[in-house]
Design a protein. Structure first.
Length: 132
């Protein structure tokens, strides 16, 4: 058997595993400019309401092109549910809208056996500023 001086590959993650890791890292680290190159700024105002419709908390997120594009909002009511704004933001950008209001109710069950859902409500206002 001819030897070309190549060393045997070190045992480690397979190529497929390495690729999966890279994809996962890329997804987590995706920047706003990578995902939405047309955006100059994305401003998301969040208001959380309790199931009794009382204002619980307000947050504001401002994303610049170099911000990590994190569009998942953890629910403050149950700590296990979250609101995913990615689809909404995507729709806003595809439609080239400057402003959109949206909302949703956390469907997470506080306990596995509980019948009631968390019921916290998120209202959000998405403002998109596009590059000229
Ligand atoms: Zn919740």
């Amino acid at each position: 058997m001819a030897s070309f001086g190549k060393r045997r590959p070190k045992p480690g993650p397979s190529k497929n595993e390495q690729k999966a890791l890279r994809t996962e890292r890329a997804r987590l680290a995706a920047l706003l400019k990578d995902r939405y190159p047309s955006l100059q700024r994305l401003t998301i105002q969040l208001e959380f309401l309790t199931p009794q419709k009382q204002s619980f908390d307000r947050q504001k997120r401002e994303l610049s092109p170099d911000s990590v594009c994190d569009l998942s909002v953890p629910c403050p009511g149950c700590n296990s549910g979250s609101f995913d704004l990615a689809a909404k933001v995507q729709a806003v950008i595809v439609a080239h809208e400057a402003l959109s209001e949206s909302g949703g109710i956390c469907q997470e069950r506080a306990f596995a056996e509980a019948k009631a859902i968390c019921g916290f409500e998120l209202r959000c206002r998405i403002e998109a500023l596009y590059k000229a």
